[in-house]
Design a protein around this ligand. Structure first.
Ligand code: NI
Length: 135
């Protein structure tokens, strides 16, 4: 599609927390957005790095040996195999870039886990007229 995509508006249009949606793809990777609040689960991605870019709010990512605090505009790459647990004390919007093979919660499954088919589902990706209506 030859039109711009706003990751911020797309993320803001999501109605469910911790349910990433694909907004673009490049080569063997997907660009996703997600709306986060609370925590996901400790997990790792054995074979894939995972890029987080915070679009709005702030996100804490716990590691076994510490944590990182990301503010809007901050980017962090979690290397493959590293145990991590994202925590959003308040609502946070993020963009993710990860290989198409990356599983949502890596080596584990929880009731929050979303399969790639769900992540690829059509959604209201934040046109100017729609971004405020679902809050
Ligand atoms: Ni992860």
């Amino acid at each position: 599609m030859n039109r711009p995509v706003s990751p911020l508006l797309a993320a803001a249009s999501l109605t469910e927390f911790w349910s990433p949606r694909v907004i673009a793809e490049l080569d063997d990777s997907y660009v996703k957005v997600a709306r986060l609040k609370g925590t996901l689960a400790w997990h790792n991605h054995q074979d894939e790095d995972e890029l987080f870019l915070v679009l709005k709010g702030s996100l804490k990512i716990e590691f076994e040996d510490g944590h990182i605090d990301l503010q809007a505009g901050d980017l962090h790459v979690i290397p493959k195999g590293v145990q991590h647990n994202p925590i959003a004390a308040d609502e946070c919007l993020v963009m993710l870039i990860e290989r198409k093979s990356t599983l949502h919660t890596g080596d584990i499954r929880t009731n929050k886990t979303r399969d790639i088919s769900e992540q690829l589902a059509e959604f209201n990706s934040g046109g100017p007229q729609s971004s405020e209506s679902q809050k």
